[in-house]
Design a protein around this ligand. Structure first.
Ligand SMILES: Cc1cc2nc3c(=O)[nH]c(=O)nc-3n(C[C@H](O)[C@H](O)[C@H](O)COP(=O)(O)OP(=O)(O)OC[C@H]3O[C@@H](n4cnc5c(N)ncnc54)[C@H](O)[C@@H]3O)c2cc1C
Length: 433
């Protein structure tokens, strides 16, 4: 057993890291500036928690593997669940993908509900201790600055064999590296000017039946998007705008935005519904990938995970799943005893990020207003994906294959196979006939 690990940040990435570290370290301390105990509502340190948060099929699979019985627990708590291809109504450009059973489970939990369930499991681990309401101030290092020896939090210094930074998008590791005389990681940054505006409703009747959500996916042709979900006790509506567009928070402007969506069903459902709270807005300027794997020098005893490494355009719903997958990577790198080698760890984390980043940035570059290099490959892939989604309107097999890729279960190459390409062409011919 190694002695003590400290996890900075108790969001999804921090919780998963704490669980994995608890398997190898005698003691794991998890530090967060927020109160965590008993919190199942959005909190200050995770402002995105107020907005629609879908857990992809792969994330559900990984979390269930780490915390056996988690899905059942959520079901027992009344959280709606269903099949990704049957119970979610997917719309692209106003056309619905043909429903088709995928066998992939989706859980209609809010972000705070999911985090709270995972947190309860982590808190129950005998060698994990939560230090709440404590801001993280700085790292402590050896005199030669080659090794991180712990962390300074409000009121005390904590010594640690390993420090894992899971403080999210605002991670201070790049600044700490600079202060310690190390290079900062290079960044890929894709400006998307995305906005979310969210509120909850009570409806006169359940308009979704057994279904869990209407997903009006934003596209370059119809860049206003919406996630309208049935939760256990109410309905959530998150409206999204691209490139500076934002749904207003006043009644009239908000409803006008809902009415402008290419899918009319959402307006029909909410125009006379009871609003349960204030409309909350959130701006997400850019997707960012910090390439720690490219650094030639990095102090020992420190790792970074989650949004602190890569923050994806949230509409693709990948962040929590990537955080869970990085937990598996961490587990692999702890296996040999000793401390993980940062370079090797970040190299493997980059492999986890590469495919979802490709999906997210590839999709973003289909908007003419998004700056970035569009090589022939990106242009062709986007054109093909448009045809594929149009074909999925009539062919459920294509729906299922697409959702397996969107759910991070299958690689994107599975959509490029000759059989799939032929299916897509055949569906296009039928449509045009
Ligand atoms: C609008 C929006 C919608 C999203 N929707 C989805 C979705 O549908 N599906 C999905 O999988 N992902 C979604 N994401 C992404 C997802 O929220 C993150 O990828 C995921 O939460 C992993 O983040 P994290 O744990 O690295 O950081 P966070 O969840 O941001 O957690 C960071 C933690 O660190 C703590 N902290 C930060 N700084 C300090 C400090 N100095 N001292 C002490 N504590 C500190 C905070 O309090 C917080 O608890 C969305 C993101 C946004 C912005």
């Amino acid at each position: 057993m190694r002695n003590r690990a400290v996890v900075l940040g108790g969001g999804m990435a921090g919780l998963v890291a704490a669980k994995v570290l608890s398997e190898q370290f005698e003691q794991v301390l998890l530090v967060d500036r927020d109160q965590l105990a008993g919190v199942d509502e959005p909190r200050r340190g995770v402002p995105q928690g107020a907005h629609a948060h879908g857990l992809l099929a792969k994330g559900q699979e990984v979390l269930e593997g780490m915390f056996p019985g988690l899905t059942g627990e959520l079901a027992d708590a009344g959280i709606p669940m269903g099949d990704m291809g049957v119970n979610l109504r997917w719309y692209f450009n106003g056309r619905r993908l043909q429903p088709y059973e995928t066998g992939l489970k989706v859980i209609s939990a809010t972000r705070p509900e999911l985090e709270s369930a995972v947190r309860a499991r982590v808190r129950a681990l005998p060698n994990v201790t939560f230090l709440e309401n404590r801001a993280i101030l700085a790292l402590t290092v050896t005199a030669d600055r080659s090794r991180v020896t712990g962390v300074t939090i409000e009121g005390e210094e904590i010594a640690a064999d390993l420090v894992v930074d899971a403080t999210g998008r605002g991670s201070r590791t790049p600044a700490w590296l600079a202060e310690l005389g190390y290079p900062r990681p290079e960044e890929d940054r894709v400006k998307i000017g995305l906005s979310y505006t969210t509120c909850h409703f009570r409806l006169r009747e359940n308009v979704l039946g057994e279904d869990m959500a209407i997903l009006c996916v934003a596209t370059p042709e119809n860049p206003r998007g919406a996630f309208f979900s049935r939760l256990n006790d109410r309905y959530l509506l998150s409206l999204t705008g691209m490139l500076g567009d934002q749904a207003p928070t006043d009644q009239e402007g908000h409803l006008a935005f809902v009415k402008s969506l290419v899918v009319p069903d959402i307006y029909d459902a909410v125009h006379d519904a009871t609003l349960l709270d204030e409309r909350v807005a959130f701006r997400y300027p850019a997707s960012v990938w910090k390439h720690y794997e490219r650094l030639a020098r990095f102090p020992q005893g420190l790792l970074v995970v989650g949004d602190g490494v890569c923050s994806f355009n949230p509409v693709y719903g990948q962040g929590m799943t990537v955080a869970a997958l990085e937990g598996l990577t961490l587990r692999e790198h702890l296996k040999g005893g000793g401390l993980p080698d940062a370079k090797a760890f970040f190299t493997d984390v980059a492999k986890v990020i590469e495919a979802p980043w490709g999906v997210s940035v590839g999709g973003d570059l289909s908007y003419p207003g998004v700056e970035g290099e569009r090589n022939e490959q990106v242009r062709m892939a986007n054109a093909y994906m448009d045809r594929l989604r149009a074909a999925a309107e009539h062919d459920g097999t294509i729906t299922a294959a697409f959702l397996r890729v969107a759910g991070l279960i299958d690689p994107v190459e599975s959509l490029m196979s000759p059989e799939m390409a032929e299916r897509v062409s055949r569906a296009a011919e039928t449509q045009n006939a």
